[in-house]
Structures are given as C-alpha cells and as structure tokens.
Design a protein around this ligand. Structure first.
Ligand code: EPZ
Length: 420
C-alpha cells in the first residue's frame, strides 16, 4: 500500500489542469449499456473508480478501451446482466448499472452496495423508482434481482434529492413505454451531463438542468460520443490547498459555473477569486478568515468539499461551524486532523473548528476519498513531515495528485509502504 510523505510549509503557486469529472464518468459509462455500438467519452479521468467501472462493464461483455483520456465502450457483445458483490462493494457507483440493464434488457442482478466509510448509504430511492416504472424486485442473498417485460413510464417523486437515484431513474426511463416525470430530481452538473449524453443517444428528455425531468420513452437508442465535464470537486480541492497554504493558483479546464456556491465561500474567507469561461484563479490572504459552511444539494456547498474546507478552517483566524446536511456522519477525517493538532469538536452532524496558527506533522490514516484529500491539505500546511497512509483511497478520485501538487511547489512523495 502506498503512502504520501509531505513536508509542509510551502505556499502553492502556479497553474494546474483539472481532469474530467469522476462522478459524471461513473454515470456516463453505464449509460452506454442502453445502446448497441461504440460510444466514446472524451475527458474521462484515469482513476481507480473508472478502472473499477470498466472492469464491471467488461464482466458484462462490454469491450472497453481507454486510450489517453477518451474511453471507448463497445456494447455489441453484452452477455451478462449482473454486477457482482466483489465489484459493487469496492465502489457504490456500480449500482448505476441497474437502470440501464433494466431499461434495455428487462433484467438486472446487482449486489446491494456494502457499507461505506460513513453511512448508512441506502438505495431505497433507486428501488422505489424501478418499482414505479413497473419492475418486479426481490432481494436474493444480498443481491437486488429486478425483472420486467418492458418498463412503463411513471410519475416519480423523490422524497429527498438523490444523485444516484436520479441517474438510475433517468437511465431506466429513456427506453420505457410512455412518459416518465421525475420530480425532486438531483440537479448536480453530473446529472445534467448524463441527461445531455442520453439525448445524444436519441433519448427525449425535457427540463434538463432543473429538478423536474420529463422523459418520453423511445424504442431504441444509438451509441454516441460526448465530452465529459470538468471535475468540480477536484477543482475545489486544489483551491482549498492553495487557500490553506497562503498560495496563488490558476486552474485550467474548469467550469466556474459549477462552483458558484464554493467560490462565494472562498471569497468570504478572504481569497481573491477571478474567473474566465474555463478557468479560476485564487489568491489567498496571509491568513484565512473563519467561515461557516452548511452543505446542501447543488448549487449549495457540496458535501464532497466538506472535509477539504475543514482543513482550511483548522488554520483560519477564528472559529467556524461546519454542518453536513447530506450525510450526518461524514467526519472520519476529524480524529486524523486532531492528530495533526487541529482543535475540532463534533456534535451529531456539526463540527466546530477553532483555527490555530499552524498544525504539526504526524502520521495519519486515510479512511475515504475526500477525507484523504483533507489530510493531504492539512499536511501541506503542517510544520514538519506528515505521512498519509492508505492513499489508495485518494487514487479513486484524484488523477496524479502528487504530480499536480509538486508542479504547484508542494514537497510530496509517494512511497511504497508495508504499513496498514
Ligand atoms: C453521489 O453519491 C456522489 N457519488 C457522492 O460523491 C456525493 O457525496 C453524493 O452524490 C452527494 O452529492 C457519485 O456520484 C458516484 P445521493 P450518491 O444518492 O448518489 C440518501 C465522492 O466523494 N439516499 O445523492 O450515492 C443518502 O444516504 C462521492 O465523489 C437515500 O436515503 O448520493 C444521502 O443522505 C462520495 N436513499 C442523500 O440521499 C437512496 O436510495 C444523498 O445521497 C439514495 C440516497
């Protein structure tokens, strides 16, 4: 297992290119199952999660090639409609194959996603949507088995806004017979990207970008090419690293319109932010001001930026309050930040952070993707050396992070480690 060794105290400066959006790719790839042919998705990042999804699709008979940052999915020889536990337990997004398999083949056997580093993370909304569309669903030894002759359009209202359930419902509805309305749909850019890709495949979807989607089912879709959106969470993470270290960075290949809620908070913390059509520049103040954050669904402050923001606030001037309203226990990074000296108190889904002048390097353990990012940011700030263990978590969602950080002036090395 690899670990990172970081020597803190360096201000980040320079330019970094942002990769394609992990959470869009993880929806676009299974969407290709809905048609027979070869779909090409440009700007697909090279990440562990993408490899996991590729492996899952290959077990179904899809031929996957990933030259450079374009992934090619040839779905002409699909032979299996199952997503095995071994892969689903590795990545919850594997559950995204449920909708397209049901929609196109009328059958899917998908393992229940296991636990997560935080949770619970149920899939009840996904299953309710499939049942509303006419699927028969039963649970068999930890697997969801779903069957239908052909899905029929339905009026679906989600009790809570769910990215994954919206994605699965969309991918199931596009080949259903009749009209489907999805109310309280997620409006994250990754869902908008998925809906646009589905229309390129021949789907008929109205209301894209809003929280009420109307889908006129069609009989067949065709393979299509598309270009993935930039990763807004990767972008926010590099902004957080620059802000925490008092640096100045410019991000390329990013869509600032996906980050309005986040950029407003960086400005509130004292950062100077400038944007162009595909870029964001940040100049940090000598010391960040403490700023409260409450996570929310898009376009609010994303839960996927909560841990990174906490690392910034650990060295800000004053005390701040972070409340996560999406996941009530997504705080596994707190005890690790406390090992670096951070002064943080957690009560239920709220953390109070008392900003300190600095942190002190130590060995810390990654527990999940965004927690890993927060530990790296804290290590970049801390005095002395910080070792971040189990960086396989970070490799799930950040392409070549140590190379990009080194290009910005960070002292970070990846080393092989026997430590667990
Ligand atoms: C997506 O997960 C993202 N993953 C997550 O990013 C992100 O944190 C999350 O959306 C929220 O923005 C991908 O897109 C692959 P949800 P998802 O369904 O779809 C509850 C990362 O770091 N819920 O929008 O699983 C759920 O418990 C990852 O890149 C139900 O109750 O999230 C949560 O409280 C981590 N029942 C809320 O909805 C359901 O059936 C939002 O979850 C589904 C969800």
């Amino acid at each position: 297992m690899d670990k990172f060794i970081i020597r803190g105290g360096h201000r980040l400066s320079g330019t970094v290119a942002i990769s394609g959006a992990k959470n869009a790719s993880l929806a676009l790839m299974p969407a290709a199952l809905l048609a027979s042919g070869t779909s090409r998705l440009e700007n697909t990042p090279r990440l562990r999660d993408i490899t996991t999804m590729s492996t899952l699709l290959e077990t179904m008979g899809v031929v996957v090639r990933h030259p450079g940052t374009t992934i090619e999915l040839d779905t002409r020889t699909i032979s299996s409609y199952e997503a095995p536990y071994e892969l689903v337990k590795r990545m919850r997004a594997s559950f995204y194959v449920l909708g397209p398999l049901l929609g196109r083949f009328g059958y899917a056997k998908v393992s229940y996603p296991g636990g997560c580093a935080w949770g619970p993370r149920p899939v009840d909304l996904h299953l309710k949507a499939m049942q509303a569309l006419g699927a028969e669903i039963h649970i068999e030894a930890g697997y969801v088995v779903a069957k239908t002759n052909r899905l029929t359009g339905a009026d679906i209202t989600f009790d809570i806004s769910s990215v994954g359930a919206t994605g699965n419902a969309l991918m199931a509805a596009v080949l259903a017979k009749g009209t489907t309305v999805i109310r309280n749909a997620a409006t994250e850019p990754e869902i908008t990207q998925l809906a646009q890709f589905l229309t390129h495949m021949g789907a008929r979807i109205d209301g894209i970008g809003g929280n009420c989607l109307t889908i006129e089912g069609v009989d067949e879709l065709h393979a299509a090419d598309d270009r993935n959106i930039p990763d807004r969470i990767e972008a926010g993470t590099y902004l957080a690293a620059a802000a925490a270290t008092g640096g100045e960075v410019t991000l390329k290949n990013v869509d600032p319109s996906h980050l309005t809620g986040v950029l407003a908070k960086f400005r509130e913390a004292g950062c100077t932010i400038e944007t162009t059509v595909d870029g964001v520049s940040l100049r940090a103040p000598d010391r960040l001001e403490a700023v409260n954050v409450t996570t929310a669904i898009y376009p609010g402050f994303p839960t996927d930026m909560q841990a990174q923001w906490m690392s910034m606030m650990a060295v800000a001037h004053g005390s701040s309050v972070i409340t996560d309203t999406v996941y009530f226990d997504r705080f596994n990074h707190v005890p690790e930040l406390q090992r670096l000296g951070a002064h943080i108190d957690v009560t239920k889904n709220t953390a109070v952070i008392h900003g300190l002048d600095t942190l002190t390097g130590a060995t810390v353990m990654s527990t999940d993707l965004r927690a890993s990012a927060s530990l790296i940011i804290a290590g970049l700030v801390a005095s002395g050396s910080t070792e971040v263990l189990r960086v396989y978590h970070i490799d799930r969602g950040y392409e070549a992070i140590e190379l990009k950080l080194r290009d910005l002036g960070a002292d970070i090395q990846r080393v092989d480690s026997e430590e667990y």
